[in-house]
Design a protein around this ligand. Structure first.
Ligand code: CA
Length: 365
């Protein structure tokens, strides 16, 4: 960098220079002049689909914003807006696509109406766990496909956390056979909901704030949410004491998505900081979910009965899932491509996983 450029840069970025801990020697003078170019201070508006400071998911985004400010020497300010402040929770995708907001944090499978393939990026029932999903995105081609397909909406996605395995949900009545599922109304989104539909369940999608009341009044017979930590806060145990183990969201991916044009205008330093901090957020969120779920499991109310669905359920769910995947593949070339990429990575990973993780989980007890 020439001295002239350096002077121009520091004229706008003096604050960054003062706060920065990064040093770079000046090539021309060789006298070790210290400077940095993070550009002028910018502010990005990020809307979430969660209530303000919602545990783990929401607080994870709060920490993300704080870390971006810290690591950028204050030049990258990310203002986090809870759901419905700037835009309704379920309109963050459209608002970001239309450049009304700069970024959002949400769940990928909410947007399957935009492109059915998006549900696979959010996770697969009876499929890969969080760590496997992240590996697919980073090494198995998942990110390339996600960014290509989101690019058509002027969006640039990053993984914005992952929940780890989710529980199967709260039921008012015990499920001892497939017949017990017929006609049940259940709050369950994504591909899991499609599978349940084939098993005779009527899947509905309700926002967080309405689920408890619907369950308590019997408007719905069952609901899934996340896991012991977040489910306990919702009070579901009081309305539906049967708590089933999970199958439909083994490793759900949350998204931290940017308006693509805005992303491309960011300095390379700011993009690098956001990318690094998103990885930090993602790892921390998974660890926090594990820790908080483990603790909350110990503190579930006494009336809660933890159950597994009967074996015939899993046989039927696998068959129903195959049908759902075939139907979606027949209707959407994008779905076919993403599913193939997902399946290719699954096939590559499984033999190694079987003799490592699965084997260890079996023998360690
Ligand atoms: Ca869920």
């Amino acid at each position: 960098m020439k001295r002239r450029d350096f002077l121009t840069t520091t004229a706008v970025g003096a604050g960054a220079l003062a706060l920065s801990g990064c040093h770079r020697a000046d090539k021309e003078g060789g006298l070790g002049t210290v400077h940095i170019n993070r550009g002028k201070k910018i502010t990005l508006k990020l809307a979430t689909s969660w209530p303000a400071h919602f545990p783990i998911m929401g607080t994870g985004v709060d920490t993300f914003a704080k870390r971006c400010a810290e690591l950028s020497g204050g030049t990258l300010e990310i203002k986090v807006f809870a759901k419905n402040i700037l835009v309704p929770a379920m309109q963050v995708f459209d608002a970001c696509s239309a450049s009304q907001i700069d970024a959002f944090h949400s769940g990928v499978y909410y947007w399957k109406g935009k492109n059915p393939a998006f549900s696979i990026f959010g996770g697969m029932p009876l499929g890969m766990l969080s760590e496997e999903m992240i590996t697919w995105f980073k090494f198995g081609g998942g990110y390339e496909l996600w960014r290509e397909l989101y690019g058509k909406f002027n969006l640039y996605p990053l993984i914005g956390g992952t929940t780890g395995p989710q529980m199967g949900g709260w039921f008012k009545k015990e499920i001892n056979s497939l017949a017990d599922l017929k006609g049940l109304k259940m709050r369950i989104p994504g591909l899991g909901g499609e599978v349940m539909k084939k098993l005779g369940v009527n899947p509905v999608l309700l926002p967080a704030g309405e689920i408890y009341t619907a369950l308590e009044r019997g408007t719905i017979d069952a609901t899934e949410w996340v896991g012991p930590a977040l489910d306990s806060m919702m009070g579901f145990a009081k309305a539906a004491p049967y708590y089933y183990t999970g199958w439909h969201e083994p490793g759900s991916i949350l998204e931290l998505t940017f308006n693509k044009a805005r992303w491309e205008k960011l300095s390379s330093e700011h993009r690098a900081i956001i990318t690094a901090v998103s990885e930090e957020m993602s790892a921390t969120m998974l660890q926090e979910f594990r820790y908080q779920n483990a603790k909350a499991l110990q503190q579930l109310p006494k009336q809660v009965q933890i159950k597994s669905f009967p074996p015939e359920f899993f046989a039927a769910a696998k068959k129903a899932l195959e049908e759902v995947l075939q139907e979606q593949s027949a209707q959407s070339a994008d779905f076919r491509r993403v599913l193939k990429s997902y399946n290719d990575f699954y096939a590559l990973n499984k033999p190694w996983d079987d003799i490592s993780t699965r084997h260890l989980l079996e023998i360690r007890n």
